[in-house]
Design a protein around this ligand. Sequence first.
Ligand code: ZN
Length: 327
Amino acid sequence: MEAVLSVDVGATWLRAALVDPEALRVLKLVRAPTPQSGRREAIPEALREVVREVVAGERVRREAGVATIGPLDARRGVVLRAPNVAGRPEMVDVVGPVVEVGGVEEVFVLNDCNAAAIAEWWARRSRGIEDLLYVTVSTGIGAGCVLSSRPLLGRRGNAIELGHVVVDPSGYMGCGCGGRGHWEAYASGGNMLSFARRLLEDGLIPSSSELAEYLTSGGQDPSEAFRLYRAGDEGAAQLFARLAEVHAAGLASAVNALDPEVLVLGGSVYLSNKDFFAGSVIPRMSSYLILEAPSVEDPAFGEHSPVVGAAVAAVLGIREARARPGG
Ligand SMILES: [Zn+2]
């Protein structure tokens, strides 16, 4: 089978890959830092470069895939105003560059977490898995879902923005999106120390603890909080008891809404701290679940799951993801 051109527009990296959609293997990969100038044309220009380099001398299938940070308008093939890219450029064209220099005719565009969910589902199809929820806990919290073997993409490709479900209606923490009480505002890698600082200010983390000392000295590394938790620090114990509850509530709410057979957990915060999730988060889910607990599994592709998933979507011709620029 011909390789599929697939592109991943991340907040930090742009990746262009050639993917073998049957073996689910990345055959060739070129990456470049995502421009942070805020200029609308900067990302399309950088995309042309990585796509040109990856397709040089290669034959590719006529359908290509794009996985991208959101929010997006998949039909028009644009990223609207990504909160995680400096300058928040508007209406960034992620399809035009792929068509112009990739030698392809059709482009299928997905939110990166939806693409990852498709990759994880496709990797398990020989087991007969039809219902899968993918959740990533990293700088942010995101998710994608395939139900009855159909990806759930939503009106413009932004379905399952799970990091922004409300896990605390008191709205104790404000979220980067402008909302309050969202899962991501408490428990993502980018926000958990802000949550800890707030708890410290409110006297809910003992000021004599090592975590309090780390926060007061300006510490910014969430992995240090995990280390103190494992070392038995009292302040970290207070923080992580709350984090476990927030993660369990978020995950269980998603399972109650979607009824997946498999829950794939990924993202750097999860993958580096699986002991915390297995020991404290997953067992707590049962107190929020009305449905049978899904089987919890690790991701098959690591950082490559968005490019693999977008390639699979292109080969399957997933109608809702087909871009019609200008239409
Ligand atoms: Zn939010």
